[in-house]
Design a protein around this ligand. Structure first.
Ligand SMILES: [Zn+2]
Length: 344
């Protein structure tokens, strides 16, 4: 994935600071307690107030960084609205805290709000059980299934609360922010109904995790939808975004740096998945379960936490290829699903 992208600003803001990145848009960055150690958030000038786009993972240092921003760069103007692109903890984490602190409404798509409420509601033990059996079916070793289940039931750590009411964003709708029109473009595959925001007037796309430079967004079959095919939805969304966005769009992604070159990046991401698919099909000349594909697809040694991510990715490619008629799935006597290439 070496397509040439142009990064107009190469120094990201330090936590607690902001950098103007586009007309009416401030860029800020918060730390994350993962290997991917940061998230980009955006503040949109909304006249008498500010609209926040994405909130950061709930941890004391992120609240402190927000307080620092409220004290200075916002120039005494309040936060009037909170937009969340999708339900992952680094994006929606502090939405409850911010909504209470500012008495501000949460704008989010219906599926993302429902997922966040579901993941923070009762039933964590239930979810862990479903995740463990999901991992067993994918062929993970028994001791790794427990870790997989724990990892997938830890959502609440980064999301202590989700506002109990929301204002719905939906595909194609226009949101007026500071006198400019931002259009919602829903992307699927990384999350169920991720809201990208596009301002045609300034040529800016707030992309969430739908399109990222440098890393490929995680496209995983989730334990709560074990037969899902998120990769076909993701590839469809890439086509849709390519058609909707002019090539000179400035992309504001949630991780790494803002960039130009959206068509090249979309083509690179699609090519990356095609290459992975070709590797999977070749390997499945003999039956393979998802766990057995990890060393083939990822090539580097994965630790047990990375394995939890990678397993869902492997399944996403397997389910996509099964849906395309390239592979057939068969449940073995051991309860593990294996996939075999169909005769041409
Ligand atoms: Zn995400």
């Amino acid at each position: 994935m070496a397509e040439l992208l142009d990064f107009p600003v190469r120094t990201p803001p330090a936590p607690g600071e902001v950098v103007p990145i586009a007309p009416g848009v401030l860029w800020l960055r918060m730390r994350l307690p993962f290997a991917l150690d940061h998230i980009n958030l955006w503040l949109l000038d909304d006249g008498p107030s500010w609209t926040i786009v994405d909130c950061g993972f709930a941890q004391p240092e992120t609240c402190a960084a927000w307080e620092q921003i409220f004290a200075e760069p916002l120039g005494g103007r309040p936060v009037g609205r909170i937009i969340v692109t999708h339900y992952h903890p680094d994006h929606i984490g502090l939405a409850g805290w911010l909504a209470e602190r500012w008495e501000a409404p949460l704008l989010i798509t219906e599926k993302e709000w429902l997922h966040a409420r579901m993941m923070t509601g009762e039933g964590a033990a239930d979810y862990a059980r479903a995740a463990a059996s999901f991992a067993r079916r994918a062929g993970l070793a028994p001791e790794d299934c427990d870790l997989f289940a724990r990892r997938h039931s830890g959502y609440r750590r980064g999301v202590p609360s989700v506002p109990p009411a929301y204002t719905r964003l939906s595909d194609g709708m226009a949101v007026e922010i500071g006198g400019r029109e931002w259009r919602v473009i829903v992307g699927e595959g990384h999350a169920p109904e991720l809201a990208c925001l596009y301002c045609a007037e300034t040529g800016v796309l707030i992309a969430g995790d739908q399109i990222l430079p440098k890393i490929s967004p995680n496209i995983s079959v989730p334990p709560h939808e074990p037969a899902g095919d998120p990769l076909s939805r993701y590839l469809r969304s890439l086509d849709k975004l390519r058609g909707a966005l002019p090539p000179e769009t400035l992309v504001l992604p949630s991780h790494n740096l803002p960039f130009y070159g959206v068509h090249r990046r979309i083509d690179g991401l699609a090519a990356h998945h095609r290459e992975r698919c070709a590797e999977v099909v070749a390997a499945c000349a003999r039956p393979h379960c998802a766990a057995e594909l990890l060393p083939i697809m990822f090539r580097r040694q994965l630790d047990r936490h990375q394995t939890a991510f990678a397993l869902g990715e492997a399944l996403a490619h397997l389910h996509y290829l099964a849906g395309q008629g390239e592979l057939t799935r068969a449940a073995g006597a051991d309860g593990v699903d294996r996939f075999l290439r169909n005769a041409a």
